[in-house]
Design a protein around this ligand. Sequence first.
Ligand SMILES: O=C(O)CCC(=O)C(=O)O
Ligand SMILES: [Fe+2]
Length: 181
Amino acid sequence: MWTVLNHEQANSLYQHCLKLEWQQNQIRIAGKTMPVPRLECIYGDAGCDYLYSNSVFLKPLTWTDALDNLRDRITALIGYKFRIVIGNQYRSAQDSIGWHADNEPSMGFNPAIASISLGCVRKFQIKPKDGKPTDFWLEHGSLLVMHPGCQSTHLHQVPKTNKVVSTRINLTFRPHTGGKR
Ligand SMILES: O=C(O)CCC(=O)C(=O)O
Ligand SMILES: [Fe+2]
């Protein structure tokens, strides 16, 4: 994990991201429908629809200039190419994402995922499927890269917290087997 945006760049990207088209999606788990515990948005190349947990369908909106430029910048830094970005907005300490791997077939085999964090610092945990978690504190303007293979061996989460927190926005840049580019 490293800082790729200076404070000013991170602030202006955060302000941009607050204005994205955030949605409150519903997820079906064990036959029950409930609100996803965070807001989500998706931008990407045409045709790169995304379905996760067999229940949440995300249809990408056209890239904003800021998100498209950030995609190019990350690719220049780490070499991986991306076709979609999924935004998560954690409004409060109760917003979270549970243990999971990002292994939807639409991303192809062994995806590389690049994750930019903005706003309030939250704890991100990663663990081998049968091992102990390692904690990372994802700071404003930081980039975390999950390299190919990570999603088949490890799980990750952003747990709910008892700390007082304000809004955090996370952007995960992902590959996709459909669409153009
Ligand atoms: O918010 C984060 O740092 C992680 C988000 C995540 O794991 C996901 O969107 O799949
Ligand atoms: Fe994830």
